[in-house]
Design a protein around this ligand. Structure first.
Ligand code: UDP
Length: 315
């Protein structure tokens, strides 16, 4: 079962899992996902779509082996608009997903986030770092609900010996992101392709480390198949400033767009880069797709828009 299976990451995960031979139940309330993202799987006898809000409850099935819990708004623009729903899916949704996994003695994987590190004071971020989160800031609805979700995983492990794991996913991009997603890569690509100015927040000196979606999915599937509890950082340690990212997107799109500086959002992390030693040691994983290659594939998908993201190289 994949919660949030019709979202950006979820739809790639569903596709990869069905291709690998899974019988899959995709649960999504389509608040930020869209069943069109999994339209190519709709007729597959091994795939089922269920419209449900994880904060309310999950569908029951006779047997469930693995629950991958991705259901959450993940774009800052959108979770800032829906802070209470974000808190509900991260808290109640995670408890429901953990309870379902426990009932079936299923393996459980939480899609947590680099946001649990907040605006980190340790660089690069290692899993043992506790983070620097503003609990009452605008982003706290996301950060704190994911921190609650991690605490819930650990409580289920301690109290019920649940087979549950935590993936801390860093910025991921690729085909299948919505133009209106709000996150930086689709925003820049859409602007570059329209010849509109690229909106760089603040000075653009803040950094992010961007992982191509097929690499993230590979890591999540490895974690699901392992008995590792984590938390495990999943991300690409190639760190770039947002200003440099704008340049690379312009190049990838062959665009002459100008740069326009917009206000920096509140609590926008200054630096973000994963230490992935644990993922390499425990899962034998490291990312393969370079930033320029990944951007080229994503630009091509945005140009060809907007089929389900079936770029055969992307999952
Ligand atoms: N950003 C930007 N222009 C945009 C959208 C985002 O410069 O149009 C910046 C944002 O302020 C942040 C970085 O890009 O510093 C990554 O933002 P995103 O929303 O993709 O995800 P975050 O890593 O902040 O969760």
């Amino acid at each position: 079962m994949v919660t949030g299976g019709a979202g950006f990451l979820g739809s790639h995960l569903c596709r990869a899992a069905v291709r690998a031979g899974a019988d899959l139940v995709c649960v999504d309330d389509e608040s930020s996902g869209d069943r069109a993202n999994v339209a190519d799987l709709a007729d597959d006898p091994h795939f089922e779509f269920v419209a449900a809000d994880v904060a309310v409850g999950l569908p029951e099935r006779g047997s469930v082996d693995v629950v991958l819990h991705l259901a959450s708004t993940a774009s800052p623009v959108h979770y800032l608009q829906r802070p209470i729903a974000t808190l509900r899916s991260g808290s109640l949704g995670t408890l429901h997903a953990l309870e379902l996994a426990l009932t079936h003695s299923a393996r459980f994987v939480l899609a947590s986030t680099s946001e649990v590190y907040g605006d980190p004071l340790v660089h690069p971020q290692v899993e043992s770092y506790w983070g620097n989160v503003n609990p009452i800031g605008a982003r706290s609805c996301y950060d704190e609900s994911k921190r609650f979700a991690e605490a819930a995983v650990m409580a289920f492990r301690r109290e019920h010996a649940a087979d549950a794991a935590i993936a801390r996913i860093f910025n991921t991009y690729g085909p299948g992101m919505r133009t209106q997603d709000g996150r930086v890569v689709p925003a820049f690509i859409d602007q570059a392709l329209r010849g509109a100015p690229l909106t760089v927040a603040g000075t653009g000196t803040q950094t992010r480390s961007l992982c191509y979606v097929s690499d993230t999915i590979d890591a999540l599937l490895r974690l699901a198949a392992s008995d590792t509890a984590g938390p495990v950082n999943i991300g690409n340690p190639h760190e770039v400033t947002v200003a440099e990212l704008a340049e690379r997107v312009r190049r990838a799109a062959g665009s002459e767009s100008s740069i326009e500086h917009i206000p920096l959002p509140q609590d926008d992390p200054t630096r973000r880069c994963p230490d992935i030693s644990e993922a390499t040691r425990l899962l034998g994983w490291q990312p393969k797709v370079t930033l320029d290659d990944g951007l080229a594939r994503t630009v091509a998908w945005f140009r060809g828009e907007r089929q389900p993201a079936t770029d055969s190289r992307s999952a």
